[in-house]
Design a protein around this ligand. Sequence first.
Ligand code: SAM
Length: 225
Amino acid sequence: WTAVNHFQFPHLFPPSRPYHAAIEHAFKNSIDKGLEDISVAPSQGKFLAIQCQIIGAKHVLEIGTLGAYSTIWMASVSPDIRITTIEIDPHIAEIARENISFAGLDDRIEVFVGAALDVLPQLDAEIEQGKREKYDFSFIDADKENALPYFKWVVEHTVKKGVIYIDNIVRKGLLANAELAKTDPIVQGIRMAVEGVGKDDRVDAVVLQTVGEKNYDGFLMAMVM
Ligand code: SAM
């Protein structure tokens, strides 16, 4: 899987592409500064970016910033995209801001520091007051225990035909492990997310399994109807 990605990716994202240096920098600087290597893989970052392009996304929400690697990917595809991203750890958020500045994207990416469940009500108030738009594309990539509460908030604040991703929902197949779900809060979280999304008539959703340098995983993608 890794060898296939190492072959295909440099052909499809050569150094001549816009934001190539910024994306490489975001990854390397994050690792150099001690962040965990848990960002999306390059192909996944590019996949998210192309999805944003397909739907003509303008207002993107990300829950779980880390070093803003996925954030910079999504912002890279259009000058019309503005991103709100939420990171719980102030030190990590500082590194994300460094990477965003290096990419020249400070004016289009807003980093909120705090637990997402505390930050989302602030955004809610601003959307209600008309100071902030609803979202057309969201990427949920933080603590899996809260994947369903995040999803529920995001659905309420997404325009029709908007798209919502929840990352790492398959986790090497753990999604299907009912036994582990009795004790493991992460497995409980991803299973509850799939069950909860399935009961929500406002969306149509699918889980897509993926392989690559980040092993066997997958994401849930939902469209608001
Ligand atoms: N989206 C990033 C990327 O692909 O480049 C990776 C995000 S990483 C998997 C998850 C991030 O979510 C971590 O930086 C972690 O500190 C943050 N996080 C964890 N719990 C959170 C919470 N309750 N609220 C906001 N962020 C949280």
